[in-house]
Design a protein around this ligand. Sequence first.
Ligand code: ATP
Ligand code: ATP
Ligand code: MG
Ligand code: MG
Ligand code: MG
Ligand code: MG
Length: 253
Amino acid sequence: SATMAKSKYEYVKTFESDDKILPNSWIVVRLDGKNFTKFCETHSLEKPNDSRALDLMNKCATVVMEEFREISLAFGQSDEYSFIFRRDTAIYNRRAAKILTNVNSLFASSFVYFWKDYFANVRLMYPPTFDGRVVIYPTDANLRDYLSWRQADVHVNNLYNTAFWMLVLRGGLTNVQAQERLRGSVAAQKNEILFSEFNINYNNEPIMYRKGTTLLRKVVNAPAAKPRHVILPFHTDLFNDKFWNEHSEILGL
Ligand code: ATP
Ligand code: ATP
Ligand code: MG
Ligand code: MG
Ligand code: MG
Ligand code: MG
C-alpha cells in the first residue's frame, strides 16, 4: 500500500512490459471456446445449432457489455464473441492485457454462473475455457471488414453444418460419408441437397443461426423516466451500409 516504504524488491516491477494500445484505433477483443467440439459432445448439445448455448453466449456478452460501458458493439456466433471498444476509449489506460483478461474472465465466469438458467437439466461436467486476443484496427473500413469477415464465417460454417448434420441425422450417412458427400461442394450445391433431399429452404432457417447475434447499446426513452441504456440483440447483415447508417452512433457518423 501507499503507506509502505519501497522494498528492495520493488525493482522487479520494471520487468513488466508496456502493452498500451495505439491511441485512436478500434480495439477488438475476440474470445473463442477452447475445444468446444468436445464440450458440445460432452454436454450432448443439439447439432448443428443448440439455441440454449447461443442464448447463454449472448447472455454472457450482455453481462460484459453492462460492465464495460465503452463496448459499443459485440458480435457472436458459434463459440466465439467479439467486443468492439469505442476508438477513443481510455479504459485501463488502453493496456491490452488488462482489457483482455478482464473481458475474458467475466465472460467465462458468467458462462458458468448462468449455465443453469439455460441448461436446467444438464450438469456442467467441467470448467470451460475461452481463449482471447486483442486486435487493433486503425480505420472504420478495417473494422467493418473485420465484422463482415466474422459474419461470412457464420454463413459458410452454418450452411456446411446444416447440410452435414441433415445428411447424418436424417440421411443416415456416417460422419465420414457426409464429409465425402460435401467435399468441394459450393454453396448452391449444399442449398440444393437441403432442399431436394430434406425439404429445407436454407433461407428459412432461424436467422440467429444464419447471421449470428449483434448486440448494441441503445437508449430507451420512457415517459416520466430517465433515459435508460439497454443492450439489444440484432440478427442482421453487417456488410452493407444500411446497418451502419441505421446505427450511426457506433462509428460516430
Ligand atoms: P483491483 O481491481 O484494482 O485489483 P481490488 O479491490 O481487487 O481492486 P487489490 O489491490 O487487488 O484491489 O486488493 C484486494 C482486496 O481484496 C483487498 O481489499 C483485500 O483486503 C481483499 N482481499 C483479498 N483476499 C482476501 C481475503 N482472503 N480475505 C479478506 N480480504 C481479502
Ligand atoms: P478451438 O479450441 O481451436 O477453438 P473448437 O473445437 O472450439 O477448437 P471451433 O472452430 O471454435 O473449434 O468450433 C466450435 C465448435 O463448437 C464447433 O464444433 C461447433 O459446431 C461447436 N458449437 C459451438 N456452438 C455451438 C452450438 N450453439 N450448438 C452446437 N454446436 C456448437
Ligand atoms: Mg478456433
Ligand atoms: Mg473454439
Ligand atoms: Mg469457434
Ligand atoms: Mg484486485
